[in-house]
Design a protein around this ligand. Structure first.
Ligand code: GLP
Length: 244
């Protein structure tokens, strides 16, 4: 585990963008696993800037997003598809056919999940997976539960996730109750994982995820078992990790 503590969100974004850019330069047809949420926003802006300046080429890059709300079409401004288009894909020279996000509006969600796993495998798995951390310890939308769910699947969102994500909607009632998420297997099979965390309110969960017992009750704790995990976090609110 390689852990870097930075002072500000800007430094976090810079460090994350540098790592992603290095991955693309080393392997121009990299398969990136991408995340949504507030944390990667500045990272995506920096990657878009590098691309606009001609310093980074996404023309051969392939991407797989972690998750999508069930029932939302990609044209819905609340969907993660829309979020990714707005914040990254429309600003870089990536080919549409190389972008993959689970289709939350698919008629058969189980089949959509099955096909998503197959497509990841067909593309040789993920080279670099970017992750954020949910307040309840989720990665993607893998919520706390009795076991790690390996395959991409539909999930009922926890109350705390619905509340946390309600900031993007008119209110908690508007947040879809179910979602599609990449399972633990394709995430853990990624050759490299980059976990980024910002905010003092994530301190306790980050501590548990990195140094607590590995348990499906804290889905991110499974990352302790990954052999190439990089963690970058801001130390706002004196976020001091014990156990380093
Ligand atoms: C969301 C997403 C996750 C994301 C996490 C953290 O629910 N499904 O993929 O990593 O929550 O979001 P944020 O960065 O906004 O705290």
């Amino acid at each position: 585990m390689n852990i870097t503590e930075v002072e500000t969100k800007e430094e976090l974004a810079r460090a994350a963008a540098d790592l992603i850019a290095a991955q693309i330069k080393e392997k121009p047809d990299s398969v990136l696993g991408l995340a949504t949420g507030s944390t990667p926003l500045e990272t995506y802006a920096l990657l878009a800037k590098l691309c606009a300046e001609g310093k980074l080429d996404f023309s051969r890059v392939r991407t797989f997003n972690l998750d999508e709300y069930a029932g939302l079409d990609g044209s819905d401004p609340h969907s993660y598809t829309y979020f990714m288009n707005e914040n990254l894909f429309s600003k870089i020279n990536i080919k549409k056919e190389n972008v993959h996000i689970p289709n939350g509006a698919a008629a058969d969600l189980a089949l959509e999940c099955e096909n998503y796993d197959k497509l990841i495998e067909k593309n040789g798995g993920i080279d670099l997976q970017l992750l954020g951390l949910g307040y309840d310890g989720h990665i993607g939308f893998n919520e706390p539960g009795d076991g790690f769910i390996k395959k991409t699947h539909t999930v009922t969102l926890d109350r705390s996730t619905i509340d946390a994500n309600s900031r993007f909607f008119a209110g908690a009632d508007e947040v879809p109750k179910t979602a599609l998420t990449m399972g633990i297997k394709p995430i853990m099979n990624a050759k490299k994982i980059l976990l980024i965390i910002s905010g003092a309110d994530k301190k306790e969960m980050l501590q548990k995820a990195l140094y607590g017992p590995v348990t499906p009750r804290v889905p991110a704790s499974v990352l302790q078992r990954h052999k190439d995990l990089t963690v970058i976090y801001t130390n706002e609110g004196s976020l001091i990790l014990k156990g380093r």
